[in-house]
Design a protein around this ligand. Structure first.
Ligand SMILES: Nc1ncnc2c1ncn2[C@@H]1O[C@H](COP(=O)(O)OP(=O)(O)OP(=O)(O)O)[C@@H](O)[C@H]1O
Ligand SMILES: [Mg+2]
Length: 174
């Protein structure tokens, strides 16, 4: 193994993917890239359900420089009070950066020596596939599900497309 990429959307499953990817990277002493794909077009739904990152709200409101009359308590509140536009883009970028930063911090705690980050946009799976190529990843780690609402399928659509199209091994973490 030469390079591991973990893709995270901040969901529980992707946090477990970060743990496993970091354990592997530490054990094999290879670099770990943490990748995240920003979604500007449908943020409120997915992000509102990121219960585990609700405490990002205060950070995001401060770091974004967006002036809120009252700092909302929840992700839902954050986007409810914000009209779509530059502020939304700024907030989503800050939250994306925070998701990646937390993953990197965790990886370092688990003993990973070399970490790299990539934040991209566009079709999620295509962006992850590009990251795999750019980094020379030979092991990509994803969660088996993400932030999506419909949980009937066994594997999320992003994970499925990456498994189907990646030229490297893909580990989907439960
Ligand atoms: N925006 C993203 N940035 C980085 N990685 C992502 C992103 N979205 C999903 N992933 C990766 O793919 C894994 C599976 O998520 P996926 O989106 O396939 O499932 P889902 O959200 O449950 O379903 P769907 O999106 O099809 O409704 C996540 O755990 C994460 O590793
Ligand atoms: Mg998803």
């Amino acid at each position: 193994m030469k390079h591991i990429l973990v893709a995270t959307d901040g969901s529980d499953a992707s946090s477990r993917a970060v743990e496993q990817a970091a354990e592997l990277a530490a054990k094999f002493d290879v670099p770990l890239t943490v990748g995240h794909v920003l979604h500007f077009e449908r943020p409120a739904n997915e992000l509102a359900r990121m219960a585990e990152v609700e405490h990002m709200v205060r950070h995001a409101t401060q770091a974004s420089g967006v002036n809120f009359p009252n700092v909302p308590d929840t992700m839902l509140g954050l986007f409810k009070d914000t009209a779509p536009g530059d502020n939304t883009v700024r907030l989503i970028t800050v939250i994306g950066e925070e998701i990646v930063k937390r993953a990197v911090d965790r990886a370092k705690e688990l003993g990973v020596k070399t970490t790299k980050t990539m934040i991209s946009q566009g079709d999620t799976a295509d962006a992850i596939l590009d990251m795999i190529d750019e980094t020379g990843t030979d092991m990509c780690v994803v969660g088996h599900r993400g932030l999506g609402r419909v949980k009937t399928m066994l594997l999320g659509s992003v994970a499925l497309k990456v498994v189907q199209q990646a030229g490297c091994s893909v580990l989907s973490v439960r």
